[in-house]
Design a protein around this ligand. Structure first.
Ligand SMILES: NC(=O)c1ccc[n+]([C@@H]2O[C@H](COP(=O)([O-])OP(=O)(O)OC[C@H]3O[C@@H](n4cnc5c(N)ncnc54)[C@H](OP(=O)(O)O)[C@@H]3O)[C@@H](O)[C@H]2O)c1
Length: 363
């Protein structure tokens, strides 16, 4: 039996993870966490004793002693759980990309000390992990992340001025929580994934490419030094990477559809529009600058997305807010979690002042 602590149990990934766990006899839920949603019913239904609502879930994790932590919390709020699992050497199935982006080197150092498994749940990174498994690093030329381009692919800067929250939440290929759905529309999600890939696979930024691929069938590719590229294909269905991470290395069956190649499958790729969607280039610069710039990028983006979703910030002002916040911070390296929390808070303050210039205030 593999005992799973599911953090972010009430979200999009959390619900799909429960479906995976219910089907798989070798998996058992042992702990649940949410931000504010009551978990009494869910815990009772699954016979789960350890529950945490809001606050820091690491005390609960200590008590629950899971074999795997599936971190599906949204945002920087997941950082303590990520660092805890890595430090303890408990297998970490990581959906919460923001924590790895923000904590970067601290997370890698904790992983090194803990010696456990770090298994990506993000579909692109799960794909890269699978294409890279068993390959020697010197044979790898570059990584390619695919991006659907979100609901506004092909639009001009002017057309983006008037888009609504509802428009942004209508993702063409994936059903996800609101924050990541907006991030997909701005391409900030692909920016976070770029930094995530850098930390997961130790590949420098200039060897990680992003291409648009509207149907999300090819999840990622690895190019090798001999000119070959390995790609990972599948219908867009998060239960596949969730199941892969939770049952690794067994690769348990899932109910996901297989690709119907005989019905005709056309794969289209294109370069992303970095001018209309500046978030991807911002993330790349933040990643290359290092220190706590990735943490600041993430923090400012969280504030700006919140303002778009709940306080009427225009869509293009999300990237403008992030740019202003990144200008205002110094991005010193974080020696410990306290430094990281300070960098996160500083970038949030900078983003809020930038919002004030748009006449927007968050509660
Ligand atoms: N959805 C996808 O298909 C997908 C794909 C790849 C990666 N991811 C990543 O997976 C993560 C989750 O995404 P999602 O789409 O599942 O988000 P979501 O639907 O918004 O769910 C977020 C979950 O996090 C919980 N949460 C929020 N703040 C918390 C806190 N302080 N402590 C504990 N739990 C907290 C929420 O609980 P409440 O119900 O109480 O608010 C909810 O269970 C994100 O990092 C996202 O980037 C998602």
């Amino acid at each position: 039996m593999r005992r799973v602590a599911l953090l972010g149990a009430t979200g999009s990934i959390g619900r799909q993870a429960i479906a995976v766990i219910e089907r798989e006899p070798e998996l058992e839920l042992c702990a649940l966490a949410s931000g504010s949603t009551d978990l009494t019913g869910l815990a009772r239904a699954h016979g789960v004793e350890h529950v945490a609502v809001g606050g820091n879930a690491t005390g609960m994790l200590e008590a629950a002693e899971p074999d795997v932590v599936l971190n599906a919390i949204v945002g920087f709020a997941g950082v303590r759980a990520t660092l805890w699992a890595l430090e303890q050497g408990v297998t970490l199935a990581l959906a919460n990309k923001e924590s790895l982006v923000a904590a970067g080197e601290l997370a890698l150092a904790a992983h090194e000390r803990g010696g456990g498994l770090l298994l990506p749940v993000d579909s692109e990174h799960s794909a890269l992990f699978q294409c890279l498994e068993g390959r020697r690093p010197e044979t790898v030329d570059s990584l390619v992340l695919t991006a659907s381009g979100g609901p506004f692919r092909g639009r001009s800067r002017e057309q983006l001025e008037a888009v609504s929250v509802e428009d942004a939440l209508a993702h063409p290929t994936w059903q996800m929580g609101p924050k990541i759905t907006v991030d997909s529309a701005t391409l900030a999600n692909k920016g976070l994934e770029l930094i995530e890939a850098h930390f997961l696979f130790g590949v420098p930024y200039d060897r990680i490419e992003v291409v648009l691929h509207p149907t999300s069938v090819v999840h990622a590719l690895v190019r090798f030094r001999d000119g070959a590229a390995l790609a990972h294909l599948g219908v867009p269905d998060m239960t596949v990477p969730i199941s892969y991470a939770l049952t690794y290395p067994e690769r348990a069956p899932t109910p996901a559809r297989t690709l119907d190649l005989a019905a005709g499958l056309t794969l289209e790729f294109a370069a992303p529009d970095l001018e209309t969607f500046p978030a991807l280039a911002q993330a790349r610069r933040a990643g290359e600058a290092g220190g706590t710039f990735p943490c600041a990028f993430n923090a400012a983006n969280e504030v700006a997305v919140d303002a778009f979703l709940h306080a009427g910030l225009p869509f293009p002002a999300i990237a403008e807010t992030v740019a202003a916040a990144l200008e205002a911070v110094d991005g010193p390296p974080a020696r410990d979690l306290d430094d990281l929390l300070e960098a996160d808070a500083g970038a949030r303050r900078a983003a809020r002042s930038a919002l004030a210039e748009h006449g927007v205030a968050l509660a």
